[in-house]
Write a protein that binds this ligand. Structure first.
Ligand code: NDP
Length: 444
């Protein structure tokens, strides 16, 4: 049995109860095979695969908070500090009922490679809780965030571990978390990113993941004698990533015709009215079904279905495992040219393979959605300098980073004889930098 297969079997046996984490490890290992084979003796000696699949530490804690009726409620909080070989741990906090240790470990593991790809000095981590902010009052969300940070503050710091937003953690939650950190520690430092502009946040951070995704799509298509102008774009989700992906797609001349949330999806053949979506989602915190109330000419369907609409560019921007094999078949049948992930691991391994085998340009989230964390890295730099850069400065840097990521994953794939396989390219490019740093820093 090869070194890689041996470690994979060990991880599978040890963490058989963590399906999302195992899915991420299998996907990464599969595409790393050529690199591991080339350096097998060294990596085995250094236990690189054993070390890279085991987090530096994982912290789990109780989060008690008082609801509006005066009752004490209890959630579970997590922070997984995966790897800090190339910089302080960095990764978001997810607040969603589906959160468990397996989900946080999968996200933290992927984050290590994604952060490496940005070229910025950031290690990988992730955290969150099974708390659901949906349907809670602002006071309840504040009570939860204060309790969560009362435990978390012990393990984070501007040079140690810098959390950020993710599903369910937006500007409101980051504000409450930051306030509590400052209150307990007395420190005014860049310990969280995604902060409000008046207290250390960066311009473009709100738009960064969605905009960055489209900068990468643009670069990808340009390198394949095409472009976004005049193309139909289908997007899932209606949160932070989906909304700003739709905005930039429109600015680059594409026509976005779908969006969704966990209840249903909309199809507007005339192109989605984004001002209306922002009003529903960002102001009212409502459901995507309300779009049809304001625009009766659009279609609304309950459940899933975005990927049944014929499109040139498909951008899954909601959550993990939302683009399945049957969706991939439907997309290919309808002539899709490119699928680029805005969410983390939205495409199953089976669906990814089907798309690649059928000539679809496929870019995994760890490369295509890295604009968010890259801009968080830029927020950290501004906090350290105690300066604020202009929108155009940050946007130009973001564009440069996304263009660089495309060049990196493209050349890594070519170097190992897998031209056009951006899954392999992203894993190889992200992995190599982290491994070199781990070896240089010795056994720990
Ligand atoms: P938001 O919470 O702002 O939006 C998430 C969207 O996805 C909502 O429309 C939500 O619908 C939908 N959704 C969430 N869970 C499910 C589910 N189980 N089934 C169907 N729909 C679901 O999150 P973001 O936009 O920030 O994040 C989206 C994805 O992008 C995640 O995978 C995240 O990890 C990833 N990502 C985010 C970054 C960022 O900067 N925000 C950076 C890099 C990656 P509903 O409101 O009904 O729950």
């Amino acid at each position: 049995m090869s070194y890689l297969q041996n470690v994979l079997s060990q991880v599978e046996a040890k963490y058989s109860y963590q399906p999302e984490f195992l899915q991420a490890v299998r996907e990464v290992f599969e595409s790393l095979a050529p690199v591991i084979t080339k350096n097998e003796k060294l990596y085995e000696q250094e236990a690189i695969l054993e070390r890279i699949t085991e987090p530096d530490r994982q912290i789990q804690f109780r989060v008690p908070w008082v609801d509006d009726t005066g009752k004490i409620r209890v959630n579970t909080g997590y922070r997984v500090q995966f790897n800090n070989a190339i910089g302080p741990y960095k990764g978001g906090l997810r607040l969603h009922p589906s959160v468990n240790l397996s989900v946080i470990k999968f996200l933290g593991f992927e984050q290590v490679f994604k952060n490496s790809l940005t070229g910025l000095p950031m290690g990988g981590g992730k955290g969150g809780s099974d708390f659901d902010p949906k349907g809670k009052s602002d006071r309840e969300v504040m009570a939860f965030c204060q309790s969560f940070m009362t435990e978390l503050y012990k393990y984070i710091g501007a040079d140690e571990d810098v959390p950020a937003g993710d599903i369910g953690t937006g500007a409101r939650e980051i504000g409450y978390l930051y306030g509590q950190y400052k209150r307990i520690t007395g420190l005014y430092e860049g310990v969280l990113t995604g902060k409000g502009l008046s207290y250390g946040g960066s311009l473009v951070r709100t738009q960064a993941t969605g905009y960055g995704l489209l900068y990468l799509v643009d670069e990808l298509l340009k390198n394949h004698q095409s472009g976004i102008e005049g193309k139909t774009v289908t997007i899932s989700g209606a949160g932070n990533v989906a909304i700003y992906a739709a905005e930039k797609a429109g600015q680059l001349g594409g026509k976005v015709v779908t969006l969704s949330d966990s209840t249903g999806w909309i199809y507007d053949k005339d192109g989605i009215d984004l001002d209306l979506v922002k009003e529903i989602k960002e102001v009212r915190r409502g459901r995507i079904s309300e779009y049809k109330d304001a625009k009766p000419s659009a279609d609304y369907h309950e459940g899933r279905g975005v990927w049944s609409i014929p499109t040139d560019i498909a951008l899954p921007c909601a959550t993990q495992n939302e683009l399945l094999i049957d969706d991939a078949k439907e997309l290919v049948k309808n002539g899709v040219k490119a699928v680029c992930e805005g969410a983390n691991m939205p495409t199953t391994i089976e669906a990814t393979k089907y798309l690649q085998e059928n000539g679809v340009l496929f870019v995994p989230g760890k490369a295509s959605n890295a604009g968010g964390v890259a801009t968080s890295g830029l927020e950290m730099s501004q906090n350290s300098e105690r300066l604020s850069w202009t929108f155009d400065e940050v946007d130009a840097k973001l564009k440069g980073i996304m263009t660089g990521i495309y060049a990196n994953i493209d050349s890594a794939a070519k170097e190992y004889g897998m031209a056009g396989n951006y899954v392999a390219g992203a894993n190889i490019a992200g992995f190599s930098k982290v491994v070199n740093a781990m070896i240089a820093q010795g056994a720990y």
